[in-house]
Design a protein around this ligand. Structure first.
Ligand SMILES: Cc1ncc(COP(=O)(O)O)c(C=O)c1O
Length: 386
């Protein structure tokens, strides 16, 4: 019989439920504000422009970034592609970690194949692939390097990378951070990160809808548009405008999505990202402690003494993680994600390729009872096997 309860533990893939106020903001936009933002002067266009610009301010306030250097687009993937594909030229060298998501890996592999970009991967001495700033420094200065791109936290293990130390160690080489797993889950003040760019999703820790994402750019780090087209501004010119954010935001924006993201950021600011991070960390510790006690369960990349997001990966020696996830959903209503998590390189580094792991993603609305239900279900499967 299929379980009717829903315990959502897949926040690494996308958040659910969304922050209170997100759906209302999206409905309000669609019903009352949905002109084309920045295109023309009638009242619905003005209302749409206001909604988009006020959401931009909400996002910027959460990160302490400059609103005009807070770019809104379709997601972390789009913004990472924008930066990598426009910054890396034929023959350039880029340094990255062994735990990157395909948003970075596939972009770099394409650049390697089509432009001869050299990719240097910091494997790291750590058994879980977490690199040190010093390892990055050595690799970055081994040969002339144009760019460093690194994740802020692994979407497979949840380990948080020392991105600020890395940026200081490789200066003046610009560092681009994939913040898909940290935005909204760890307090991030952009200027204190000391990096050139930070790209993130709107639909994960930021608790907004899918189809929106954010790029934060440091003063002086200029990125070319990946996509060119209408912006509603400087329409007399056949070239993209010089000013931000318009230069990097061609085409009609995802107005309802952006309105939803603004509402999500307001909710997060009120709740406090620090409080969310504490909540997720407390639950991930509880989960790791209890899951780790079950015979035949192996945790991957978990170290209680290290900074960690609400992600935890595990495997069970008595079964396949895909089958485990299916049974957890069907019999216990528990949703998590098995497999490779769009990060095959990370699984290779961790020794969990090609089967991957079962990945738990804890969010701000996850409770102790949710975590204990997962532990109970895994313990039950471990006794009876499957
Ligand atoms: C580490 C990491 N980078 C990038 C992405 C892609 O994010 P988006 O869905 O916003 O394109 C994800 C999402 O799975 C991720 O976990």
């Amino acid at each position: 019989m299929t379980a009717t309860r829903r315990i959502y533990l897949d926040h690494g893939a996308t958040s659910w439920p969304k922050a209170p106020g997100v759906a209302d903001a999206m409905v309000r936009y669609l019903e009352e504000e949905a002109g084309n933002p920045g295109r023309g002067g009638h009242r619905l266009t003005v209302a749409a422009s206001r909604a988009v610009e006020s959401a931009r301010e909400d996002v910027a306030a959460l990160f302490g970034s400059e609103p005009e250097r807070t770019l809104l687009g379709s997601g972390a993937t789009f913004w990472l592609n924008t930066v990598l594909l426009t910054q890396l030229n034929p023959g350039d060298r880029v340094v990255t970690s062994a735990l990157e998501h395909n948003a970075v890996v596939r972009s770099l592999r394409w650049l390697e194949r089509s432009r001869g970009v050299e990719i240097a991967i910091v494997q790291g001495a750590d058994p879980d692939g977490l690199p040190t700033a010093d390892e990055f420094r050595r690799e970055a200065f081994a040969r002339p390097t144009a760019l460093v791109v690194v994740t802020h936290a692994s979407n497979v293990t949840g380990a948080v990378f020392p991105v600020t130390e890395i940026a200081e160690a490789v200066a003046p080489i610009p560092v681009v951070v994939d913040g898909a797993q940290t935005a909204g889950s760890l307090p991030v003040r952009f200027s204190e990160l000391c990096v050139a760019a930070y790209a993130c999703s709107g639909h994960k820790g930021l608790l907004g809808p899918q189809g929106v994402g954010v790029l934060l750019l440091d003063e002086g780090f200029e990125v070319e548009p990946l996509v060119r087209g209408g912006t509603g501004s400087r329409s007399e010119s056949e070239e993209m405008p010089e000013h931000l954010p318009d230069r990097l935001e061609a085409g009609t924006p995802n107005g309802p999505g952006i309105a939803g993201l603004g509402a999500a950021c307001r909710w997060l600011a009120e709740r406090g990202v620090g409080a969310v991070a504490e909540h997720e960390h407390r639950l991930v510790r509880r989960l790791a402690g209890r899951l780790g006690e079950i015979a035949g369960v192996r945790l991957h990349g978990w170290r209680p003494d290290r900074p960690h997001t609400g992600i935890l990966s595990f495997t069970v020696e008595w079964g396949d993680n895909g089958e485990l996830a299916t049974l957890l959903d069907r019999e216990h209503g528990i949703m998590l994600r098995p497999g490779l998590h769009c990060a095959p390189a990370a699984h290779r580094r961790l020794g969990t390729f090609p089967d991957g792991t079962a990945r738990v993603g804890i969010g701000p609305f996850t409770t102790e009872a949710d975590v204990d239900a997962l532990v109970g279900a895994v313990r039950q499967f471990s006794v009876f096997s499957f």
